[in-house]
Design a protein. Structure first.
Length: 340
């Protein structure tokens, strides 16, 4: 393990967590265990809607406790995957599935996305991968992409193995485009942590994607938008029209979010601060897009490219959704994940 690889691995994990922490949905995630405030939020929102009040309520707590900028779903999904990789007997589908069950399907306190919840229910019915991921109403969502960051770090320099393991892990909860997107991210991170040039590493992701599929078509659309835009900020209207159309109630659509993330990454270059801020401008996709961009740019630029204030803020995983990962330190996790 070299110092450069460790800095890159830490940058990937911390960059993901910074992007995750700043999205609007993270405010809701941090209040997942506050039943009273959750109930009041939805009840009062319905009351205001009936009175034609245009400003929605936001999550709140009667006290000033909590962790206002900790990572939430993407961070804890990535941390879960990392701990599964470290604890599994092997990295085949069966070995990964057994460890994943421990953190998600067998923990009654775990909160997760629709795809992961469907997979957990399928697991309790006796299904095994790939059926747990394929029998799933949102198999195309991007929940497995953050998990793939851990796979990329674990197999830094071996993009093919990172791809295979990411596919096996993603197949627990996803299928088709949801798995393709995870494979693409794993390849990109594995290349970046090993020191590949920026553009070459981003291009590496396309090797996992069917050119004429949903994700492949949108990747080409995103590339064209990036080519024509003078800056990431200038690209936002075109990206929103093409890849954040608002035609469905779920904004975590992998064939839309990953291409948008790659477009922003290309336009900003390996500059985490600029790229994460630009990704946040696509507010509808702020649950996952800044985290994806943060992981890629963080891996390229290294942890020191992220402000110390942010590194300190997000380093500890709080377990707001997945109790089994609470107390994990991302810097330490990066060290453990890297191949020796």
């Amino acid at each position: 393990m070299t110092d450069d690889r460790l800095d890159s691995a830490r940058g990937a994990l911390l960059g993901l967590a910074v992007g995750d922490a700043i999205g609007m949905p993270a405010h809701f995630h941090r209040h997942a265990r506050s039943g009273w405030s959750r109930a009041m939020l939805w009840q009062l929102s319905a009351d205001l809607d009936a009175q034609q009040v245009s400003r929605p309520l936001l999550p709140f707590t009667p006290t000033a406790d909590g962790h206002p900028l900790c990572g939430t779903d993407d961070t804890e999904t990535m941390a879960t995957a990392a701990l599964v990789l470290l604890g599994a007997e092997d990295h085949g589908s069966d070995g990964l599935f057994r460890r994943w069950r421990h953190y998600i399907a067998e923990d009654p306190e775990a909160w997760c996305g629709t795809a992961e919840r469907s997979a957990a229910r399928n697991a309790r019915k006796g299904l095994v991968p790939p059926h747990t991921g394929a029998d799933n109403p949102v198999h195309w969502d991007d929940g497995a992409v953050s998990a793939a960051v851990a796979c990329g770090v674990r197999y830094a320099g071996d993009v093919e193995q990172a791809d295979r393991v990411a596919a096996a892990y993603a197949g627990i909860t996803h299928a088709h485009e949801g798995v393709e997107a995870a494979r693409a991210m794993a390849r990109i991170i594995a290349a970046l942590v090993a020191g590949s040039p920026w553009e070459a590493a981003l291009d590496e992701g396309a090797a996992a994607v069917a050119r004429d599929g949903w994700l492949g078509r949108n990747l080409r659309t995103a590339e064209e938008i990036a080519r024509q835009a003078s800056s990431a900020f200038a690209a936002v209207p075109a990206l929103a029209r093409a890849l954040s159309p608002g035609t469905y109630s779920d904004a975590r659509v992998a064939p839309e979010t990953l291409p948008a993330a790659l477009a922003i990454a290309r336009l900003c270059g390996p500059a985490p601060e600029a790229a994460i801020q630009a990704a946040s401008l696509l507010s509808r996709q702020s649950d996952s897009l800044p985290a994806m961009v943060g992981a890629m740019t963080g891996a390229a630029a290294g942890a020191d490219a992220l402000p110390e204030e942010w590194r300190t803020e997000v380093d500890e995983v709080r377990g707001v959704l997945v109790p089994g990962v609470a107390g994990t330190r991302l810097g330490t996790l990066a060290t453990r994940l890297l191949p020796t």
